[in-house]
Ligand binder design. Structure first.
Ligand code: RIB
Length: 297
């Protein structure tokens, strides 16, 4: 099995359920407050490990209780956290409002902003050609770009999840083998509304494959050999979609690391995220491999 190397964010998620978005100046009673481990990078690393992958992550957290919680969460599923630094800045934080299962997120970057080139060198020091490198956009863009370039030069298979949407991220496309955007991120990368049209632009710019996540509509896989719709997997009522895309990314990378093709990997990823959305939170909602295998549809 290939090893998975991941650069990304670690956030403490402060989540509250609300009946609707309050107006300016309005105070609204919410419910079910949660403090849990999150961050797109950490969620993906957690999902990779919980689903059976061999994962090493680079990032940074503060010397605070949130940082302890995030490291404990990753270590509980076996993520190698030796390249996650403890720094003076506060741990990254996400304020999440969940309304009818959908989330709205505001981030404070904190320690995620201080990851540097030396962290990438340390992360990739034992990487081998053909291993997998995964990253997103919650660390400063120059370091994400540097990491993708370095991983590509070392012959790793690079997976780029361009989330959250960021103007200027298109420069990273040239160093990405597989791009995993949602529809909004695809539009920002390509200027196109059409999924197929947008994917083709990314393939022309050098990507080997694109998988667009479409929420309750599943996902769309696009390679030079053709397009394919990957259906969603519904296993129960959707209560919280926070981190569903990260669970999808984790499931996908684990199957690719095991040598499966993109279609098999995307179908497995759909099942994993279909389970995750039936419970609250990001990392705490990710299923373990045994659970996914028992839920085979
Ligand atoms: O993708 C979900 C994640 O986005 C949350 O865990 C939150 O921390 C934000 O980074």
């Amino acid at each position: 099995m290939k090893k998975i190397f991941l650069l990304g964010s670690l956030n403490c998620d402060l989540t509250i359920r609300a009946p609707y978005m309050p107006e300016k100046g309005e105070t609204l009673k919410g419910s079910d407050f949660l403090i849990t481990a999150g961050g797109k990078g950490a969620n993906q690393a957690y999902a990779c490990a919980a689903l059976g992958g061999n994962v090493k992550m680079a990032g940074a957290v503060g010397k605070d209780a949130f940082g302890d919680m995030l490291l404990n969460s990753l270590q509980s599923v076996g993520v190698d956290t030796s390249c996650i630094r403890r720094v003076e800045e506060n741990t990254g934080t996400a304020i999440i409002t969940v309304i009818d299962g959908d989330n709205r997120i505001i981030l404070s970057e904190g320690a995620n902003g201080v990851v540097g080139k030396a962290d990438i060198s340390a992360l990739l020091s034992d990487a081998k050609e053909g291993d997998i490198f995964v990253t997103q956009l919650e660390n400063p863009f120059p370091i994400v770009l540097y990491a993708l370039k370095t991983a590509k030069e070392k012959g790793l298979f690079t997976v780029f999840n361009p989330a959250p949407a960021y103007v200027g991220a298109e420069e990273a496309v040239a160093y990405s083998d597989l791009i995993l955007p949602n529809q909004k991120e695809l539009k920002l990368l390509t200027g196109k509304d059409g999924v197929s049209e947008g994917c083709n632009i990314l393939l022309q710019r050098g990507a080997k494959a694109v998988i667009v996540t479409l929420g309750e509509k599943g996902s769309f896989l696009c390679t030079k050999d053709g397009d394919q719709a990957i259906p969603p997997v519904n296993v129960g009522e959707v209560v919280d979609t926070t981190g569903a895309g990260d669970t999808f990314c984790g499931g996908l990378c684990v199957k690719l690391a095991e040598g499966e093709n993109l279609e098999v990997s995307a179908r497995f990823a759909s099942l994993c995220s279909g389970i995750a959305v039936t419970r609250r939170g990001a990392q705490i909602a990710v299923p373990k491999r045994e659970e996914v295998e028992k839920t085979v549809k």
